[in-house]
Design a protein around this ligand. Structure first.
Ligand code: PEP
Ligand code: MG
Length: 594
């Protein structure tokens, strides 16, 4: 039966593939295809060895259970052993390997997801509760598989293929932003999650991969089954499960159209972004890791306007990167940019990008009541001066090798400016005393809190450049959690208060001659390109895949004509005549008059 699941469109395009359901706790399970008779056999043997090992472990645990232990403990072990000895489990798992060429871990988690669903749907409560046993067994088996190294068929040794017979899309209840990053070069051609907002960092990373994604689809991971065929419509925010052949044909056609349009846009790559009235615009890239630089350069970016360095600090099991590791990381990005500027943002940890539990425990930051408003971004850095020093030193050292700019997130207080200057002075002094080279570095402030936007002229005077983080500016202006799909309909970039703050910030920066850019998601959204141009913005930073489309709008824009639109939009506060409708109406009129 065909069903539709609705969510938020966060990354455009159409993906068609079989669903791979992944439990949120198991997103780090390796997913790759295995090629060749021998390699497939090796995976099957790994599965068999892992099963024998777990059976032996459980049998020995059972033998050691004290006589006076509760009888349930025995029964529990029996259930686990029974499940493991059931040939149908191993036969079905092996089928995923032989039929689909999945690696052992993937095959196992796919089959256990199927079984867990079957248990979930049982009427008998006792049997329903056996799902927990399935989960525990999966963990044990995965651990055992880990011990039996995947020598013959691991992505690192070439016995794998990029694509199986059918493309696959990932369906999960939730994926943390750092986990999402590991899927950047994966086999998945689309993503669906139950939770998340339009500018949650999970959505941002999905968008940076330029593959279709729908988040906030509430029931998706419950309604979609392992191996179902799904269509992800990343433009409409719809997931169609088990589509009919007619629907499939329609989406295949749509996908082809999108591919053709992308190929057409690709030709704009090396064309300078200049408006019809001759204004040159800087188009920069947002990146999460140094390897993204390649994509940025290929897309025609004039440099990096936002390097989200916090991704290097996540999933570290208590071991944060030291100065040398950070320095190497930044250097890699500089080298890929071939002389173009690299804007390194200091760690923006907190909110939906937490450090792992071991690290937060060590740093005694575990009891966070309201993470988006708490010890986040620059507040975290200033509260951990030695970590901040480590990052500043790494960035300064990297600046000896290229054009590096330092960007500080979430400023709100004047006192923070002084504290940052002080920390920078210490870092530079120590490097100088140790005879370590560093270069000239421009320092910029992110404007993403209303207080900073209202005092933009102060920040613009004190910094070499400012960059507007619209994702957070919207979140904090409207008091809407950007990662919460339940209030996502209220997360409105067109809200007059948001537009006025952005306009005010750009104007304040221009008045004092401070370069200003936008690096939030609005910069890469073509719905806002003309409006931002009209506000005076001349520097946009976005995902590399968005550059061509934004450039196309710029090439067709006449900034002189846009001034009148801006006034009307900024003054609109009518509930039905929203800023967006005013903007669209005036643009249509202008188009007709032109
Ligand atoms: C922003 O807030 O707009 C921004 C660019 O930073 P991030 O999305 O990483 O919070
Ligand atoms: Mg931000």
């Amino acid at each position: 039966m065909t069903i539709q699941v609705f969510g938020l469109p966060v990354s455009q395009g159409i993906a068609i593939g079989r669903a791979v359901l992944v439990a949120s706790s198991r997103v780090d399970v390796a997913h790759y295809y295995v090629e060749g008779e021998q390699a497939l056999q090796f995976e099957i043997e790994r599965l068999q060895r892992a099963r024998s090992q777990v059976i032996a472990e459980l049998s020995s645990l059972q033998a050691d259970i004290p006589k006076d232990a509760p009888p349930e403990l025995w029964a529990l072990m029996d259930v686990h052993l029974m499940l493991l000895n059931d040939e149908s489990l191993i036969a079905a798992t092996q089928e995923w390997v032989t039929e689909r060429s999945y690696n052992a871990e993937w095959a196992l988690s796919a089959q256990l997801e199927v079984m867990a669903r079957q248990f979930d749907e049982m009427d008998d409560e006792y049997l329903r509760e056996r799902r927990a046993d399935i989960e525990q067994l999966t963990e044990r088996m995965l651990k055992a598989l880990n011990g039996h190294a995947a020598q013959a068929a691991h992505p690192s040794n070439g016995h794998v293929i990029e694509q199986g017979d059918d493309p696959v899309v990932l369906v999960a209840s939730d994926i943390a932003p750092a986990d999402m990053l590991q899927f950047k070069h994966s086999i998945f051609t689309g993503f669906v999650t139950d939770v998340g907002g339009r500018t949650s960092h999970t959505a941002i990373v999905a968008r940076s991969m330029a593959i279709p994604a729908v988040v906030g689809a509430r029931e998706a991971s419950r309604l979609i089954r392992q191996d179902d065929w799904v269509v992800i419509d990343g433009d409409a925010g719809v997931v169609i499960v088990n589509p009919s052949p007619i629907i499939l044909d329609e989406y295949r056609f749509k996908r082809r159209e999108i591919e053709l349009e992308r190929a057409r846009l690709d030709r704009l790559r090396h064309k300078p972004a200049v408006t019809l009235d001759g204004i040159a615009i800087d188009l920069l890239a947002n990146i999460e890791q140094p390897s993204d630089v390649q994509h940025a350069v290929h897309a025609g970016a004039m440099g990096v306007g936002l390097f989200r360095t916090e991704f290097l600090f996540m999933h570290r099991n208590g071991h944060l990167p030291d100065e040398e590791e950070q320095y190497t990381h930044y250097l890699q990005a500089i080298e890929g940019l071939d002389g173009q500027p690299l804007t390194i943002r200091t760690i923006d940890i907190g909110a939906d990008k937490p450090l792992d539990r071991m690290t937060t425990h060590e740093l005694r930051h575990e009891h966070i009541l309201n993470p988006a408003m708490g010890l986040r971004a620059i507040r975290w850095s200033l509260s951990e001066p030695s970590m901040f020093q480590t990052q500043l030193r790494a960035v300064l050292r990297a600046s000896a090798h290229g054009q590096v700019r330092l960007l500080l997130p979430m400023l709100a207080q004047i006192a923070e400016i002084r504290a940052i200057r002080q920390q920078l002075m210490v870092a530079k002094k120590e490097l100088t005393q140790s005879g370590i080279a560093f270069g000239e570095i421009e320092v910029g402030a992110m404007i993403e809190v209303p207080a900073a936007a209202l005092m933009a002229s102060t920040f613009a005077r004190d910094f070499d450049f400012i960059s507007i983080g619209t994702n957070d500016l919207i979140q904090y202006t409207l008091a809407i959690d950007r990662a919460d799909e339940q209030v996502s309909h209220l997360y409105d970039p067109w809200h007059p208060a948001v537009l006025r703050l952005i306009h005010q910030t750009i104007a304040a920066a221009k008045t004092v001659g401070c370069p200003v850019s936008v690096c939030g998601e609005m910069a890469g959204d073509v719905a806002f390109t003309e409006l931002l141009l009209a506000m005076g913005l001349r520097s946009f930073s976005m995902h590399p895949s968005q550059i061509a489309e934004v450039k196309q709008i710029i090439l067709r824009s006449d900034v002189r004509r846009l001034g009148a639109v801006l006034d009307r939009v900024l003054l609109s506060d009518h509930p039905e005549q929203t800023a967006r409708t005013v903007f669209d109406a005036v643009r249509t009129l202008q188009g007709a008059a032109a």
